[in-house]
Design a binder for this molecule. Structure first.
Ligand code: OGA
Ligand code: NI
Length: 363
């Protein structure tokens, strides 16, 4: 008898039952459970492999963006951005011009959304990717190997000025609108610095519409009773150009660098910036889109807000390939040109487990 088949069936049932509660992981925690359900438990071989990695002493670079307009400092900042982007692909920024107040309000609004009356929250629960506001637990629940200990609110629209605010939940509408505009400005500043760090004109990446298309994913990672058995988000790289992430003060984010897991320490008021697969592709491998994950934590909730700069998803016939200026005889193109809409659809349907850039874009 094929017992593996029988197990699969049970798993699917469990996934469905969990999904149908529409209450997410927070709902499980609220029910008072002390052991995490099987669907969240990572396979034994994966847990064993994790024990082999030593904890790194490396720190993710912190870049001070104050005095960016001063010529001398500007050059240094570009250099710091270049080094970080070519190595671990992650850095934090401080003195970026967005007040602590705005950041705290945004985190608070997302906490309130998740902690409101569950019946109210259920109205937003969906897996329909055409909806602009989607609350669910694990966008890849039915395709991933193991479910992760988090719920997410995803918000996507083509332009922050055009956001139909009626679609947004009352509890976070004002904060989302304000935050979105400010984080877009910051994104544009970063695209300028990244262009210069590649030796291109400051406008280069902005002119490629990297900052078009607005995708905000707000994660809520409840406290976990058995954090060593599961993850908050499985190991992956981000498919877009750039991610600007705000996190609260609960640890969990780790990047995989030099064969070790490196903790990204929360710094009040800082943003975590990381290079995504598309920027690795257009930079022809010069910038690194690094794998990362979030470990589960006995403490919680951990809240993080990711602004994914993934290009103009809403437009068709947008192609991205290695930048001509960065290609030469010594540096032949490493990647194929990709059609943005196809590329992102492949990512959404395949989930986080794939080695996406290599499988789909390598020449
Ligand atoms: C992501 C991600 C990290 C975090 O959403 O892609 O890596 O800290 N999030 O939530
Ligand atoms: Ni990510």
């Amino acid at each position: 008898m094929d017992t593996s088949g029988a197990q699969e069936y049970d798993r699917l049932q469990e996934l469905k039952t969990f999904d149908e509660t529409k209450a997410g992981v927070k709902g499980l925690v609220d029910s008072g459970l002390q052991k995490i359900p099987q669907i969240f438990v990572r396979p034994a071989e994966e847990l064993a492999k994790d024990l082999n990695y030593k904890r790194a002493q490396i720190e993710v670079p912190v870049i001070d963006l104050g005095d960016l307009e001063k010529t001398h400092r500007h050059k240094q900042i570009v250099e710091e951005v270049r080094i970080a982007s070519e190595t671990c692909g992650f850095f934090q920024v401080v003195n970026h011009g967005i007040s602590l107040n705005v950041l705290d309000e945004m985190l608070d609004a997302i906490q309130k959304f998740n902690e409101q009356d569950v019946e109210e929250k259920k109205k937003y629960y969906t897996r329909d990717n055409t909806r602009r506001v989607r609350f669910n637990s694990n966008f890849d629940l039915f395709t991933s190997r193991t479910a992760s200990w988090r719920d997410s609110l995803a918000i996507s629209f083509s332009d922050p000025d055009q956001i139909n605010s009626d679609d947004l939940p009352d509890l976070c509408r004002k904060s989302v609108i304000e935050y979105s505009k400010l984080v877009n400005n910051l994104g544009n500043i970063l695209f300028g610095l990244l262009s210069e760090a590649l030796g291109l004109e400051p406008e280069h990446l902005r002119n490629m519409d990297c900052s078009e298309g607005h995708r905000l994913t707000c994660h809520y990672y409840p406290a976990c009773p058995e954090p060593e058995l599961t993850l908050g988000i499985t190991k992956h790289s981000d498919p877009g150009f750039l991610t600007v992430l705000l996190q609260n003060q609960i640890d969990g984010l780790q990047i995989f660098f030099q064969n070790q897991w490196v903790d990204v320490q929360p710094i009040p008021g800082a943003f975590v910036i990381n290079i995504g697969d598309l920027l690795q592709l257009v930079s022809n491998g010069k910038f690194r889109s690094n794998k990362h994950r979030v470990v589960a934590n006995r403490l919680g909730p951990r809240i993080s807000i990711a602004r994914f700069f993934s290009g103009p998803i809403h437009m068709d016939k947008i192609f991205y390939g290695p930048t001509k200026e960065l290609i030469s005889e010594e540096n032949p193109p490493e990647y194929k040109e990709v059609l943005l809409s196809d590329y992102l659809m492949k990512f959404i349907t395949s989930g986080l487990d794939e080695n996406f850039l290599v499988n789909y874009c390598k020449r």
